[in-house]
Design a protein around this ligand. Sequence first.
Ligand SMILES: CC(C)(COP(=O)(O)OP(=O)(O)OC[C@H]1O[C@@H](n2cnc3c(N)ncnc32)[C@H](O)[C@@H]1OP(=O)(O)O)[C@@H](O)C(=O)NCCC(=O)NCCS
Length: 181
Amino acid sequence: MSAEAPQVVPLQARHAAALGEMIEELQAAGEPFERYRERLGFDWEGAAGYIAFWSRLWDGPWPERGLVQSEFYVLMRGDRMLGEFALRLALDAGLEREGGNVGYRVRPSERGRGHATRMLRFALGRLGELGFARALLTVRTTNAASLRVVAKCGGRFVDEVELPSGELNRRFWVPTFPFPE
Ligand SMILES: CC(C)(COP(=O)(O)OP(=O)(O)OC[C@H]1O[C@@H](n2cnc3c(N)ncnc32)[C@H](O)[C@@H]1OP(=O)(O)O)[C@@H](O)C(=O)NCCC(=O)NCCS
């Protein structure tokens, strides 16, 4: 493994190969993107389509699809993609229960190394820079690793909400800070 420090960068067309490789690992680990597609109500073709989708949302909301403006970043170590995260710049009734302001994912082979914590810290700094005082995070009560990530970033428990599936989401407000930390 390279000793190069991981870097957060906006997802761009040049990341298609690295993204495709990370998606393959997620699929093989039984974490397919299909659920993600269903939730977003949008289909795309391969890594390039996924990148184009997020690029569209970076430019502004997509009211016809009920999607809010979002920034989308990836954590890279050299040419290897370690994880991804979305910053949702507005909350609607759906996101208040499921999704919140920040959503993140780390590829299975890179978990447990602080990458999600690093990504959430970046997200909080960026939101602070954009004028948000706090970020809403929603986490399944069963997702111990993500609950720990939110706790490490100062999340304050708000409540639990039941989803149509019967699963529970725990909601937190996490204070932002201005860049640089
Ligand atoms: C949740 C997820 C993003 C965490 O990524 P990560 O890079 O492993 O997170 P970090 O290494 O920054 O921190 C994980 C923390 O959880 C802890 N942890 C991991 N598994 C745990 C478990 N089963 N029980 C309790 N704590 C656990 C780790 O020890 C670590 O805490 P520590 O730093 O105090 O030791 C990753 O597992 C993932 O992508 N899961 C699938 C997608 C997802 O759930 N996204 C979040 C939706 S809210």
